[in-house]
Design a protein around this ligand. Structure first.
Ligand SMILES: [Ca+2]
Ligand SMILES: [Ca+2]
Ligand SMILES: [Ca+2]
Length: 151
């Protein structure tokens, strides 16, 4: 854990990391759980509690405001923060997780690569529980902070 004396000069990346440490320390709030549920429900078009791969891929287009096949961080943030401004803190690192090739934007190929990460039992279906567990594990995983600090 951080001690006051060990703090380096503050960069924005460092501040984000600190915010996330705070998030981990205090655990996820009900707001954050609500956000995961909201993202899932938005993508689960037939409301059967299972996010199949086509539903997940289709959810990509929701964020693609100008329909050019690329979702910039701004488009992603705009979509999510219009809905829930207080979710900004987790939306930003979620974008970075989806961005599998780390090129700063989302494409269908990122979503195709990302989908299996959430499918804990490898049955090619992502249940609401799997989706939720995945994101809870991400935000409880300090490698996320390491990425922010080195990036
Ligand atoms: Ca479904
Ligand atoms: Ca990408
Ligand atoms: Ca599954």
């Amino acid at each position: 854990m951080f001690k006051q004396a060990e703090m380096a000069p503050l960069s924005s990346a460092f501040l984000i990391a600190m915010l996330l440490f705070g998030l981990v320390d205090s655990q996820l709030t009900s707001d954050h759980h609500d956000h995961f549920n909201m993202v899932f429900m938005e993508a689960d078009k037939d409301n059967n509690g299972i996010l199949d791969k086509s539903e997940f891929i289709n959810s990509f287009t929701v964020y693609d405001g100008n329909k050019d096949g690329t979702v910039t961080k701004k488009e992603y943030m705009d979509h999510n923060t219009v809905v829930m401004p207080e979710h900004l803190m987790i939306v930003d690192p979620m974008f970075d997780k989806y961005d599998m090739d780390r090129n700063g934007q989302l494409n269908i190929s990122d979503y195709q690569k990302f989908y299996p990460l959430m499918d804990a039992n490898n049955d090619n279906l992502v249940t609401e529980q799997e989706f939720h567990n995945y994101w809870v594990s991400v935000f409880g995983d300090h490698s996320m902070m390491t990425m922010s600090m080195s990036g």
